[in-house]
Ligand binder design. Structure first.
Ligand code: BGC
Length: 812
């Protein structure tokens, strides 16, 4: 069952029923100011950091669900309604939400009056804009009132939701003209405030929630709207809000528009005040005047569209398969941008208070983003690297506002260091910008420890190489990619964090997965060193990689698949002798991607086992059989009920590892099968089962052991976005950036007759057409570059600005 449809021409998902199975959200903002917006106008805004600079309130886990946001109320006679349906929930005569790239348009109609809310965060300014257009579609004149309403957050979202003894006394606002200024704590250590404004004069306003909503009221029945009259309240403490009232009369067929804004302003310390106690509003006034007309709003809208058009033109496919094209050209790339911006910090499942930027997460996010804005990827790599610890290990996360490592979330996740090599390698392959390796980068944000970036990669590599366990496999530390496989934790007390409890690193517990990573990204490191002409170091690194490959085959191979780990007692995790958790997905994907056992048959066998034991109709589960009881020696993974999250859920993040692995072996049919099984546009028809947004990936779909098999959770902020983009754009469609040029290496379903891709690479445009007349899954017969036969399948790097035609014929 569906609740909307894709509109590919406008690059939108169109939601036609407001009561979707869960709130279906969009992300507005591409730079520093962000808004999360649901299809019923729920959500919140923040500047850079959803925890430390939250502008508006949002209550997760609330009941009714998703009732705070950017609502407008319309009082038309005795009927009160919202164009987005929530929070009043008056049945609408029509409703539509169009989530587009960086904007959303939500419209409703009731009794001949229509109202449309257009939301966007303009490029180059720290504000959310909302244009409201009302039209009288009836044949009689209408007089009605319109009330925008939002609730301010007192900046630090965690403190705001817990420290009431202080916060109920600190709230402060100023009202001036059409604008309401939220200035809590500006009198002391803050130099920023928020401003809500309208481009027309309101008939009234409220800034105290008690006045507008009523102390015992609710957003579904606000006092001021029921009575039809704002009270011009000025908040002192308690809950500051911004609400205004507009009384509008429209003749039949007439329309009326209003532009609202919510801005974030910073003043320098010596320029904070206009007069004592009155904040300096000069910047806010400039912001307000920039968007005071319909023309200005439309210009901002067009700029945003142009921005996205440019970004998406770097990789564009045209096949005859519309489900594929819309994911590759629009939604997958869009989600990659969102994960790049947010890492795992703020969504409808991530509260913005718990997690910041993940070290490993942000490195992986680069895979799907670096081709869009390489300059920002460069900056991100340097930010991440500067949180790295001097011995090569890493803080697991850092706060986006401070860009400093956050010890509260721990360190000692021993896969982290290698992801820095992976992310930097992706950047080098995309850009050829070797200068990044010479950039001086702090260790642990301490300038006195700064070293060139290449030294950071070196320490990443040698950290893994020098932290090996009894079998010669890498020590796992707190966990590896699987945050929940905590082999040194032994937590017995409820509430203890699995990520920071117990020894940082035991002497024994080892990870086959990290070993696979070491081989895969160790090879990349060797290539980088060779390119830098550091030949003897390259030879040494290569020897370490080859030796790890042998170790994996010796101690990590179980007979039919790769083992997962050895626990703190030296027992196998993910092997035949285990009563539960016999086979895990991650080492099969990573080891085969690394090429381990490719020539000797283990790789082939491992992927057969994935299909035999881990496949389900909704995707590949993480492990089987699921753990049915808590196991002290395994940690969080066994804390989840069977089928959920890392305990045998369909963890979408690593399904594309299987897709990529299948292409390493030339299995195009199977690669596309695993790709399409979790692909949102392919699963849109089961939106009632999945429940999350059908235009983006979710982190997890409940596995076969779960009561809710097929139900997805944690949409949007997941490494699935970057990895699936990599799996489709590079592994399947076969357009692979390398250090020396663009490699053409497709691995596709045999019944695919061909496709074209336009790829901008290092400034040149490659128009590539792939034809598959012999219905093969893998292999190239001929490549022509501007009509001339190409020797080999590596296309040269071309001068920026050049456009070439590339004809590829697949076959034996
Ligand atoms: C985390 C990832 C982790 C994955 C598997 C996600 O929630 O953000 O860093 O690899 O879970 O545990």
């Amino acid at each position: 069952m569906k609740f909307g449809h894709f509109d590919d021409v406008n690059k939108e998902y169109v939601i036609t029923a407001p009561d979707t199975p869960l709130p279906w959200i969009n992300y507005l903002g591409n730079e520093d100011f962000f808004t999360i917006l649901s299809n019923t106008c729920g959500g919140y805004s923040f500047y850079r950091d959803a925890r430390l600079r939250r502008l508006t309130r949002y209550r997760y886990n609330n009941c009714p669900l998703d009732s705070e946001g950017f609502h407008i109320y319309i009082k038309d006679g005795n009927i009160i309604w919202n164009p987005g349906w929530q929070p009043v929930k008056t049945p609408l005569d029509s409703y539509c939400c169009r989530h587009g790239l960086g904007y959303s348009v939500i419209s409703g109609e009731k009794n001949g009056l229509s109202a449309k809310q257009e939301f966007l965060v303009p490029m180059g300014n720290n504000c959310l804009l909302m244009r409201v257009t009302c039209e009288n579609k009836s044949c009689i004149s209408k007089r009605f009132s319109l009330f925008p309403y939002l609730e301010f957050c007192l900046w630090d979202a965690l403190d705001d939701s817990s420290n009431f003894q202080r916060n109920y006394s600190t709230g402060e606002v100023e009202v001036s003209g059409n604008a309401i200024y939220h200035k809590t704590e500006y009198r002391e250590r803050r130099n920023h405030y928020a401003v809500f404004w309208a481009n027309r004069d309101p008939a009234g306003f409220d800034t105290s929630r008690d006045s507008f909503i009523g102390t015992y009221g609710s957003p579904a029945v606000p006092d001021a709207v029921i009575s039809g009259c704002c009270k011009n309240s000025v908040a002192h403490g308690w809950q500051p809000i911004a609400a205004q009232q507009f009384d509008i009369t429209l003749g039949p067929g007439e329309a009326y528009s209003l532009i609202f804004g919510l801005g974030y302003i910073e003043n320098s310390d010596d320029d904070k005040w206009e007069e004592p106690g009155i904040i300096n509003k000069a910047q806010a006034r400039r912001m307000i005047s920039e968007y005071d007309s319909d023309e200005a709003f439309s210009r901002a809208f067009n700029d945003l569209r142009d921005y996205w058009e440019r970004l998406l033109s770097n990789y564009r496919i045209s096949s005859s398969v519309e489900k594929l094209d819309r994911m590759v050209n629009i939604w997958n790339q869009y989600q990659c941008m969102v994960t790049f911006n947010m890492s795992r910090s703020a969504s409808y499942f991530e509260s913005g208070m718990g997690r910041g930027m993940g070290f490993r997460d942000s490195c992986q996010d680069l895979f799907g983003f670096v081709h869009m804005i390489p300059e920002r990827a460069r900056e991100r790599i340097l930010d991440i690297a500067s949180t790295q610890l001097p011995d090569g290990s890493a803080y697991h996360q850092y706060q986006p506002l401070t860009k400093k490592g956050n010890l509260a979330v721990g360190s000692g996740f021993n896969d982290d260091p290698l992801w820095l090599i992976a992310g930097t390698d992706a950047y080098l392959r995309e850009t050829g910008d070797w200068s990044i390796l010479n950039e001086s980068v702090d260790f642990d944000n301490d300038a006195s420890l700064a070293q060139p970036l290449i030294e950071h990669l070196r320490r990443s590599f040698s950290f893994t190489a020098s932290h090996l366990g009894p079998h010669g496999l890498p020590l796992i530390g707190r966990a590896d990619w699987n945050d929940c496989l905590n082999l040194n934790c032994f937590s017995e007390h409820p509430g203890e964090s699995f990520q920071i409890t117990g020894a940082n690193e035991g002497p024994v517990a080892e990870s086959v997965f990290i070993a696979g990573m070491f081989v895969k990204y160790g090879k990349a490191w060797v290539d980088i060193l060779r390119h830098m002409k550091l030949d003897s170091e390259a030879a040494e690194a290569e020897a370490a990689v080859l030796s790890m490959e042998k170790t994996v085959l010796e101690h990590g191979w179980d007979g039919e698949w790769f083992r997962r780990a050895y626990d703190a007692f030296g027992h196998v995790v993910g092997g035949r002798e285990c009563d539960e958790g016999q086979i895990f997905l991650e080492p099969q994907g990573m080891c085969v991607m690394a090429g381990i056992g490719k020539d000797s048959g283990e790789a082939e066998k491992a992927l057969e086992s994935v299909q035999k034991y881990l496949d389900t109709k909704y995707g590949v589960v993480l492990l089987t059989p699921a753990y049915t009881r808590y196991r002290l020696e395994l940690g969080e993974i066994s804390s989840y009920p069977p089928g959920y999250k890392e305990n045998a859920g369909i963890f979408c993040h690593n399904n594309p590892w299987i897709t990529c692995a299948e292409t390493v072996l030339g299995h195009g049919n199977r690669a596309f099968e695993t790709y399409s099984r979790i692909c949102p546009s392919y699963t849109e028809d089961i939106s009632d089962i999945h429940r999350t947004e059908p235009y983006v990936y979710s982190q997890m779909i409940a596995g076969k052991d779960a009561a809710g098999f097929g139900e997805a959770k944690n949409s949007w902020l997941t490494g699935t976005a970057a990895w699936t983009f990599l799996s489709i754009s590079q592994a399947i469609l076969g357009i692979k950036p390398t250090l020396d040029g663009l490699l053409i290496d497709p691995c596709i379903p045999a019944d695919c007759k061909g496709y074209s891709v336009s790829r901008r690479y290092r400034g040149a445009v490659y128009n590539i057409t792939v034809k598959n007349p012999a219905s093969v899954e893998y292999g190239i017969k001929e490549i022509r570059l501007n009509g001339d036969i190409c020797h080999g399948n590596l296309l040269p790097v071309l001068p920026p600005g050049e456009t070439v035609d590339v004809q590829v014929i697949m076959g034996a």
